[in-house]
Ligand binder design. Sequence first.
Ligand code: DOR
Ligand code: ZN
Length: 348
Amino acid sequence: MTEITIRRPDDWHVHLRDDAMLEAVLPYTARQFGRAIVMPNLAEPVTTPALAADYRRRILQALPEGKAYQHFVPLMTCYLTDETDAAQIAEGYEDGVFVAAKLYPANATTNSAHGVTDITRLEPVFTKMQAIGMPLLLHGEVTDPEIDIFDREAVYIERVLNPLIKEFPKLKIVMEHVTTKDAVEFVRAHRDQMAATITAHHLIINRSHVFEGGINPHRYCLPIAKREVHRLALREAASSGDACFFLGTDTAPHPVSDKEAACGCAGIFTAANALELYAQVFDEENALDKLEGFAALHGPAFYGMDANEGSVTLVKEDWRVPGTIAVPDGGSVRPFRAGQTLSWKLKD
Ligand code: DOR
Ligand code: ZN
C-alpha cells in the first residue's frame, strides 16, 4: 500500500499550552485532527467553566486562517482538584463547555501541583459525573515515592482504579496514555465502562531508548516508557481493531531549554508528525486497515459523538522531521524523531 485515506482523525489527548507556545504548536494539531481533547494543566489550571470558555476562545483566536485549519474544534476539559464542586462541573458539561474532567494525582507530572491529594474527597463529583455520563480522564500513576517509577501505573490500577470502578460501575473512564500490558488487560476487562488512549511515542520507544547513547531528555515523558514487553502489548492493542483503544498523542511541548536541563521536564512533542508516526507503526504491524478505527472512529464512539466528515490522506514517502520548531517568543521545541526520516507523509 502506498497511499491511505481515512476519515479525519481526532486527538483525544493534547497539551496546547498558551500564549507563544500555543501559537507555535496549534497549527500542527489543527492541520491533522478534526477535534482534540485539550488538557487543562496550564500554569493556572482550567478548573471552572469560565476559565475553560476563555481558554477555548484563546485557542480559536490562535487558529491560523485557511481551509487547512478552520475545521478544528477544541474540546475542553476540567482540571479536578480537592475543591472541585460537583454542581459547577456538571453545569459546565451540560452547557457544552466541558467534554470531560481530568484527574491528575497531585504532583504526578507537569503542572499537577493543584491536582487531587485524596481521591475519596471527589466521591460527590464522581457520583454526579456518573449520573450525567461525563467522562473521567485519568493520569493513572501513583505518586508514592516508595513506588518505583516504572511500577507506578500498575500500582495505580491495583490501588486506585480497581476500587474506583467497583464503587462507580457506570462511570465512563479513559485511562490516558497507557504504557503497560497491565493497563491494556485491565481496560479490556472493563470495556463496558472504560477505554484508553495510546500515544505514538509509547508505541515506538521502550525504556532503554530513553538512555540510548546517553540520557535523552526528548524521550522522557510521564508515564515513562516501560520495558519492551509492554511496548509490544501497546502495539498489539492499538493495531487490534479493538474499540476500547484510540488515538491520544499526549503531545506535550516544552521549550528546548527546559528539556535540555539538569532536571529536564517531562513531555514529548509529537504534534508535528503524529499521524505519520502512527501510520508507520500500523504499517509495521501490517494493520493499516485498522488505522482509521483507532484514529477516527473508536474515540468519537466512546465520547458519544459522530465521526468527522472530512478525510486525510497519507502517502508512503520519505521525509525528514525538522530539528527544531521556532516559538514566537524566541525559543524552540524539538519534535519527537527530530532529524530522522519517516516513511509516511500527510498530504496537504
Ligand atoms: O510527560 C508528560 N507531560 N506527561 C504529562 O502527564 C503531562 C505532560 C505535560 O504537560 O508536559
Ligand atoms: Zn498529557
